[in-house]
Design a protein around this ligand. Structure first.
Ligand SMILES: Cc1cc2nc3c(=O)[nH]c(=O)nc-3n(C[C@H](O)[C@H](O)[C@H](O)COP(=O)(O)O)c2cc1C
Length: 426
């Protein structure tokens, strides 16, 4: 694929050398267009050597090839990293004062991904947020910056996402159009999210409710999940300052205000939405009750009751393990992301609930596992819950009980505590 890699004049420009390597090693043909400011951070020689192409930032170089027109037309994907506040503003207002901004205007229908990086104040400034909103409304994918240590001693949202995360998001954008859209969080959602709080500036994706696996056009295999716990988690994460994306399977309750809702029906739809959303999520909480199995065959017409044929037998096939896939994808990309699973367990003669839960945590390798004990009429649909939070680090299991909002607050507190322990170095 022909990729244009625009580099803005931010301190994180050095990290983009790794992103360039990821693209070229995956066999892509990359032309780098640094801004003039970017060349003060990383020299043209580095980009030329790593890309194998000449590098320029002026429309007046190689005029006979009309570089800005050619690059814009030929690009199959444009990635801008770091996207400075200045570049976002120039792109949003359609300026064309260097080779990169000209190329962005010439891009036509090719997918464009911008990965911002700047100080938190610059990122949260209404001017920058309005520019981001404008770009997103035009179909440009603007990633949320990661949170953590910034250039100086300060920390907060504004870090460039890791090169692997940008790489994956960019390729998904260019090559996986079948993935259900997980719309970017809108400015109004951001306004509803508290600007303060332990999760301020973080993007949290939460799945909730129960999946439904179709048998025929009118029947499905479902489960008793009401979605109440997932909805309470979404509200608690929002109140803690996060931007929240709720992957909503079937729920008996409405989603809370101020969160972005992506509706899904089946486990396979949830899988696609979750993997897609993972690209810009700092925290993923998988609280949905996902069917382990789905019918092997889905009838296109209603299955009829007939006296002349035997009653149908439903064969099932296994659904993918979404939680495990999320963990594997994160680890493969060395991405900083906290992943939380939920487990509804019952004890039996071979072990109690916590034995089974601990084994599940080892299998899934997520960071936290929130375990609730299900039995007859326990938990599903009720307004109260009682859970134990297990951590992969092996720290003491933590109990939480009360209303589902109380339990959600305890889970969000625990997540905040885990995150504050893993703030990355600069
Ligand atoms: C040391 C240093 C670090 C900077 N880091 C950033 C940054 O991370 N993000 C940003 O938006 N601007 C940053 N700037 C400011 C930009 O370099 C400046 O706005 C420049 O005009 C951007 O030009 P460009 O958008 O054409 O690349 C930094 C400036 C300096 C001197």
């Amino acid at each position: 694929m022909r990729i244009v890699l625009g580099v803005g004049g931010g301190i994180a420009a050095y990290k983009v050398a790794s992103l360039l390597r990821l693209f070229t090693e995956a066999g892509h043909d990359v032309t780098v267009i640094p801004t003039e400011a970017a060349t003060r951070f990383v020299g043209v020689a580095t980009w030329e050597a790593l890309s194998g192409h000449p590098v320029s930032n002026s429309v007046f170089d190689e005029v006979h090839t009309v570089n800005h027109v050619r690059l814009g037309h030929e690009a199959e994907l444009i990635v801008v990293a770091p996207a400075t506040a200045d570049l976002l503003a120039r792109a949003a207002t359609g300026q064309a004062n260097d080779l990169l901004s000209n190329t962005l205007l010439m891009a036509g229908g090719c997918p464009v991904l911008m990965a911002p990086a700047m100080h938190t104040e610059m990122w949260q400034h209404p001017a920058t947020q309005a520019n981001v909103e404008t770009l997103r409304s035009r179909g440009i994918t603007v990633l949320e910056p990661a949170s953590g240590r910034l250039t100086g001693s300060d920390s907060g949202p504004g870090r460039l996402p890791e090169p692997e995360a940008i790489f994956e998001a960019a390729l998904a954008l260019a090559g996986a159009p079948s993935v259900p859209a997980t719309p970017p969080l809108s400015a109004s959602d951001a306004l509803l999210a508290s600007p303060r709080g332990p999760l301020a500036g973080l993007t949290v994706t939460i799945s909730a409710g129960g999946t439904r696996e179709p048998l025929d056009p009118v029947r499905f295999l479902g489960n008793r999940s009401s979605g109440k716990q997932g909805v309470a988690l979404a509200a608690a994460a929002r109140d803690a300052g996060a931007k929240v994306r709720l992957l909503a399977a079937h729920m008996d309750v409405p989603p809370p205000a101020g969160v972005n809702v992506v509706k899904v029906e089946t486990a396979l739809e949830l899988r696609k939405a979750a993997l897609h959303a993972a690209a810009d999520s700092d925290v993923i909480i998988m609280a949905a009750a996902v069917a382990d199995f789905r019918p092997a065959d889905v009838s296109g017409t209603k299955i009829k009751k007939r006296d002349d044929v035997a009653d149908p037998v439903i064969s099932l096939v296994r659904n993918p393990d979404i939680l495990r896939e999320l963990v594997e994808t994160r680890d493969a990309a060395s991405r900083r992301q906290l992943i939380v699973g939920f487990a509804a367990e019952t004890g039996d003669a071979d072990g109690d609930v916590l034995d089974y839960a601990a084994a599940k945590l080892r299998r899934k390798a997520c960071d936290l596992l929130v375990v609730n004990h299900v039995g007859q009429d326990k938990v599903f649909g009720e307004d109260t819950n009682s859970v134990v939070i297990l951590s992969r680090t092996g720290s003491e299991p933590q109990e939480a009980s009360g209303s589902k909002s109380d339990v959600a607050a305890a889970v969000i507190d625990r997540i905040s505590a885990e995150l504050s322990r893993v703030v990355p170095p600069a």
